[in-house]
Design a binder for this molecule. Structure first.
Ligand code: DQA
Length: 147
C-alpha cells in the first residue's frame, strides 16, 4: 500500500517562475507539481499537491492531514518566519514533516534565518531549488517505509 503525503506550498509560491527568478528560478509551481507526480509512484507515495496564500487555509489543510495523510512536505514560504499557528497545527498533526525552501534561507536576509516550522520538522531541505521537493519525497518515503 502506498503512503499518502500532503505537499503544501505557502504564499506567493503560485507566482513561481515569474517571481524573482534570480532567487527562485524559472520553473513554475505546475512544473514542481509535475515533477512530484512523476516521481511519487517510484517512491510508493500518493501525493496531494496544494498551494494557498492564506495562513488559515494552510492550518485547515494540516488539520486534515491529521486524519487523512501519513506525512507532510511543506514549503511554508514567508509563514515559516512568522506563523506559530502553522507550527501548532504541525505539532498537533504528529506526522513526519519535511520542510522545503527553494532558496538557502541562511544565506539571505536575517529575518529569514529562523523558521517556526523547523522547530517541529523531522528534516529541513533548503537551497537546492526544485530538486528539494524530490529529495523531500525520497526522505519521507524512507521514513514512512521504515516504520
Ligand atoms: C522560501 C523562502 C522564504 O523566505 C520566502 O518567504 C518564500 C520562499 C523558499 O522557498 O526559498 O516565499 O520559502
Amino acid at each position: 500500500m502506498s503512503h499518502k503525503v500532503l505537499i503544501l506550498n505557502g504564499p506567493n509560491l503560485n507566482l513561481l517562475g515569474k517571481r524573482e527568478p534570480e532567487i527562485y528560478g524559472f520553473q513554475t509551481l505546475q512544473d514542481v507539481e509535475d515533477l512530484c507526480v512523476k516521481n511519487a509512484k517510484g517512491l510508493n507515495l500518493t501525493i496531494d499537491f496544494r498551494q494557498s496564500n492564506s495562513e488559515g487555509t494552510l492550518v485547515d489543510w494540516i488539520q486534515e492531514a491529521r486524519e487523512s495523510f501519513d506525512g507532510i512536505i511543506i514549503n511554508p514560504a514567508a509563514y515559516s518566519h512568522t506563523s506559530v499557528a502553522i507550527l501548532d497545527a504541525l505539532q498537533a498533526a504528529n506526522k513526519p514533516v519535511i520542510e522545503v525552501h527553494l532558496s538557502n534561507i541562511h544565506k539571505r536576509e536575517e529575518f529569514r534565518h529562523s523558521s517556526f516550522v523547523s522547530k517541529t520538522a523531522t528534516g529541513v531541505i533548503c537551497g537546492l531549488g526544485v530538486d528539494g521537493y524530490d529529495l523531500a519525497m525520497q526522505a519521507i518515503s524512507r521514513i514512512l517505509s521504515s516504520r
